[in-house]
Write a protein that binds this ligand. Sequence first.
Ligand SMILES: *Cc1c(COP(=O)(O)O)cnc(C)c1O
Length: 302
Amino acid sequence: MLLPPNDWLPQAPLNSLQLDWLAAAGIEVAILRLDQIDPLISGNKWFKLIEHLNAANRAGAEGIISLGGAHSNHLHALAAAGKRLGFNTVGLLRGHPQDTATVTDLQDFGMQLHWLGYAGYRARHEPDFWRPWLEQYPTLHPVPEGGGGLRGAQGCMRLKDQVREQLAGLGWNDYDGWWLACGTGTTLAGLVLAEAGEHRVYGALAVPDDHGVAQQVEAIVGVSEPTYELFDASRGGFAKVDPLLLAFIEQTEQACGIPLEPLYTGKALLALKQQVEAGKFPRGTRLIFIHTGGLQGRRGFA
Ligand SMILES: *Cc1c(COP(=O)(O)O)cnc(C)c1O
């Protein structure tokens, strides 16, 4: 049924990031390009899926059923993985039928879609939400929204190995910390688990404070002395964009050729610039910035 994901482990390139504001502050950044792991499957969402796929395998499932919105990076990665690795996928979508670039891809990848409306989607946290779906699709394994939870985090622990293997190529013997965008904080939690205190993890929140990211991270990593820090990078709300952000993304793309999207990676890099300029990091600091992908969703902003 499901190909064990261990047989197919894409490699994210790690490249030096050259930007004038980093050079001015004496900070070195390497960017881990999760947007470049595969032509179809992109971003942190693949890593968040790995342990869910392993669990589905152990349960003898023939595919995965999950949920998301009409621009969802998670459903996109899941549908692409289903096509690439040859398993069935069903997507439960928020709202009413819409034709977005993402939805077209989901259909092309062979994902079967059901639109839940808004109220129907809000019921996703209720205890018996999955029951009728698993009656309809008894051979599928359910994965929570965004591929979250402990399993999602465990898949992201592999990112540390991918960086370690490539440090020498950059001429680095070590690094001081990670900087990445957070939505639920699952990816960050995976890094915190993998580091076990060895290096700090800095999370740029793409959602406002009241989304409970800190609590979700704590629920995964425990409450002992935190080795991570969270910064508000949401700029007034999730998916809110403003001229300064858009200008920054354009300048960055021109300066280094790396495409960013405005919801996560653009906000995360802008928040890093603000912290660097505020003197958060001493000269000589070396950071790993994660490009978490999401470029497919950018088409919704064109
Ligand atoms: C989902 C997503 C994130 C947030 O990941 P979490 O594990 O939920 O914190 C960041 N960047 C991109 C591009 C995403 O699609």
